[in-house]
Structure formats: structure tokens, C-alpha cells
Design a protein around this ligand. Structure first.
Ligand code: TYD
Length: 203
């Protein structure tokens, strides 16, 4: 029987997902809550992440690699944490694959392939709630530019790509229990809305 809750945090690059996760780490008890990142939380996941980001791959290959990392994350980290009674907060999950590979990369032909992989790999109703940080793509790109970080293969995509990703998120999130957070508000407002909802949900 599942004890802890699984929460997924999603957003287009630059929408404030990482900032909010860092703030959450400061207020949640680390004994009761574990933070994971897709695809980088396991050693194999980090290696898979490098393969994905460093190579020009077909979107179907990317899907298989993301699901490989996801399978390891579920088996090695998520299920064991839930067994221990911890809540699991994950930076990205399946919804990212829909948004980036199906919508961003414009591969609707991959939908049934992803659905089948998902059925095989993801335990039913694993995720209790998805949060999506929603922000105008031009603004998130601007925020990304102002940060001094190395850009990945996906970061380098143009506004049209990220508009498709954003649209994909908003459409596909409807299939899951979710909350869309308006990330255009001030940091204080976004933090308050998000943390209030999450803390209430975790009670
Ligand atoms: P990373 O630097 O780990 O992302 P971030 O810190 O923005 O979460 O790079 C992961 C990139 O991979 C990111 O641009 C989103 C993309 N991605 C997909 O395309 N499909 C997926 O299923 C996942 C999990 C991520």
C-alpha cells in the first residue's frame, strides 16, 4: 500500500520551477520528503541525461531514453521512498515527454508508443498531483538569458518550439490531477500560492 504522496513539478525552461523547488527544500522536513530530478537523480539517469543532451537524436530515441531513466528512478528511488512513508517531489516526469517530444518536436505519431511505454513502466496512479508553472515563453526565455547557465540542446530551441511545449503541457495536464500556477506574478505571490496549495495537499 502506498503511503507517501508523489508530487511532480513541471514547467517550460525558465518558468521558475527550479527556484520554487529550492524554496520548498527550505521548508519541508527532509526526513519526510525526498526531492528527485528527472532524468538526473540516479547515476545511470545522469549518464542517460548526458547522452540525450549531447547528441542529436530522433525524438523516438529520446522517448526511450527518458523512459529508461524513469524506470530506474521509479524502481531505485520512488518506490523505496514511498515504502519508507516519505513524500516524493520530482522535478519533471512523464508530462515533460508529452510536452517536449510530442508537441515540441512535433511527433504526434509517438503518442501510442508513449502510452504503451507508460503502461508498462509507470505504476497506475503513481503521481498524486502535477504542478505546472505557466509563463509566457518570451518572458521565460528572457529569464533564462539573464541567468549565467550553460544552455542545453533543448534550451537552444526557438520561441515556436517552447510555445508548442507550453500548449502541450496545458492540454495533456488535464489527464492528471493538477494545479496550474501563474508564474508571471511576483516571486512572493507565486511562492505563496504554490506553497499554500502544496502544504495543504501534503497534510
Ligand atoms: P535539464 O538541464 O536536466 O533540465 P531542467 O533543469 O530545465 O529541468 O535538461 C533536461 C531537458 O530535457 C529539459 O530541457 C527538458 C527536457 N526533457 C524532455 O525533453 N523530455 C522529458 O521527458 C524530460 C524529463 C525532459
Amino acid at each position: 500500500m502506498k503511503k507517501g504522496k508523489v508530487i511532480v513539478i513541471e514547467g517550460v525552461d525558465g518558468a521558475g520551477k527550479t527556484t520554487q523547488i529550492n524554496l520548498l527544500k527550505e521548508i519541508l522536513n527532509p526526513e519526510e520528503n525526498i526531492f528527485l530530478k528527472e532524468p538526473g537523480s540516479t547515476k545511470s539517469g545522469q549518464e542517460i541525461r548526458r547522452v540525450i543532451l549531447d547528441n542529436d537524436l530522433d525524438a523516438k530515441t529520446e522517448v526511450m531514453l527518458f523512459y529508461s531513466a524513469r524506470n530506474e528512478l521509479i524502481l531505485k528511488e520512488i518506490l523505496t521512498a514511498l515504502e519508507r512513508g516519505q513524500n516524493v517531489i520530482i522535478d519533471r516526469f512523464e508530462l515533460s515527454t508529452w510536452a517536449y517530444q510530442v508537441y515540441g518536436r512535433q511527433r504526434p505519431d509517438l503518442a501510442s508508443f508513449i502510452e504503451n511505454l507508460s503502461r508498462e513502466i509507470i505504476p497506475e496512479n503513481l503521481v498524486d498531483k502535477y504542478y505546472f508553472f505557466d509563463l509566457d515563453v518570451e518572458i521565460s526565455k528572457e529569464r533564462e538569458r539573464s541567468r549565467d547557465e550553460a544552455t542545453s540542446r533543448f534550451d537552444a530551441q526557438g520561441v515556436e518550439f517552447f510555445n508548442r511545449v507550453r500548449g502541450g503541457y496545458k492540454k495533456e495536464i488535464m489527464r492528471y490531477p493538477h494545479q496550474i500556477i501563474d508564474a508571471s506574478k511576483s516571486l512572493e505571490e507565486v511562492t505563496e500560492v504554490f506553497q499554500k496549495d502544496l502544504l495543504n495537499f501534503l497534510k
